[in-house]
Ligand binder design. Structure first.
Ligand code: PGA
Length: 255
């Protein structure tokens, strides 16, 4: 963690919590999560709960984001949700290209790049997720895969807007498996991402772009992960679903 960047801890609820469960959890978060000027907190519930959670948290310091978006403003796109709709709910962030979207729902780098651009057009911060599979890691392709996902994912983003983007490095093999990347493995890829961003834009812009780590982040590994110089926050799945574990992650102590 670099002290010049305010760290962001984001909870990705995935397809967990019904709207009523989301409502009571949001109320609990509001009571339990202390406001701290030195860290930002973001919750990404399912679409059905977005409005409810946003209403509960609207006056608080806790930000609310979407897990996905479609790149058009409106139209005959059954089942999709537009950035205009998110903006109307005052949603400030959205995940883009999460590996479950890529792997299960066939999202390509091209599709992800359209989402990134559409969100920026509506002043919503895209959290562009990148990460390699275990096979790609074993075949030493990690860095080339990350380069491709970044370069294509950001190809519509001009330098003026690049500072409004967040990157999340989530090795696919670490998501939901309990196998976290070691702090060294994560730092190596984060530093590579920072270098790539400096090449795509400029060094000062690359220093401003937060790079989150995701993949089995838990209360017992958050401190060491957050101690790495290029890890600016965490994208937390499973451990964001319980108040105690999420609270402990939010209250990390970088060493
Ligand atoms: P996990 O999920 O923390 O359950 O591994 C992270 C994510 O998919 O964003």
């Amino acid at each position: 963690m670099n002290p010049s960047r305010v760290p962001l801890i984001a909870g990705n609820w995935k397809m967990y919590k019904t709207p009523s469960e989301a409502e009571s959890f949001a109320k609990e978060l509001l009571q339990e999560i202390p406001e701290k000027a030195d860290r930002n907190i973001l919750i990404c519930p399912n679409y059905l709960s977005l409005g409810i959670v946003k209403n509960i948290l609207s006056e608080s310091h806790i930000l609310v984001g979407s897990q996905n978006v479609f790149h058009k403003s409106e139209g005959a796109f059954t089942g999709e949700t537009s950035p205009a709709m998110l903006q109307d709910l005052a949603i400030t962030h959205s995940l883009c290209g999460h590996s479950e979207r890529r792997g299960i729902f066939g999202e390509t780098d091209e599709m992800v790049s359209l989402k990134v651009k559409a969100l920026l057009d509506y002043s919503i911060v895209p959290i562009l997720c990148v990460g390699e599979t275990i096979q790609e890691r074993e075949e030493n392709q990690t860095l080339s895969i990350i380069r491709r996902q970044l370069t294509t994912g950001l190809k519509e983003v001009l330098s003026e807007k690049a500072g409004s983007v967040i990157i999340a490095y989530e090795p696919v093999w670490a998501i939901g498996t309990g196998k976290t990347a070691t702090p060294e493995q994560a730092q190596e890829v984060h530093a590579f991402i920072r270098k790539e961003l400096a090449q795509l834009y400029q060094e000062d812009i690359s220093r401003k772009i937060p790079i989150l780590y995701g993949g089995s982040v838990k209360p017992d590994n958050i401190d060491i992960l957050m101690s790495q110089p290029d890890i600016d926050g965490a994208l937390v799945g499973g451990a964001s679903l319980k108040i105690d574990s999420f609270l402990r992650i939010v209250e990390f102590h970088a060493q």
